[in-house]
Design a binder for this molecule. Sequence first.
Ligand SMILES: [Zn+2]
Ligand SMILES: [Zn+2]
Length: 90
Amino acid sequence: MTTPAGFEPDDIYCVLCHAPAAGPCATCRALICADCSVLTGGAVKTVAVCTRCHGQGRGVVGWRAWAQVSWPWLVGFGVLALVAWWLATR
Ligand SMILES: [Zn+2]
Ligand SMILES: [Zn+2]
């Protein structure tokens, strides 16, 4: 049995309903079964989070999480592009 580094499962059963687990929640790493997981994500990546995390709104991954991190960079590059365009057209 192989597990990701730093992750030691203490139970092979779903923490929510005690059915055999399908895998860890992408957010809290609790083992969950297919019935207790919610597939979330976007075009980049689809991951499974437990219904507990999903209900707390913690299952934000993919495009939305990516956009939250990268929008300042996009704004910065946008400003740079505007300055470059302004200099080039003078
Ligand atoms: Zn379950
Ligand atoms: Zn979770």
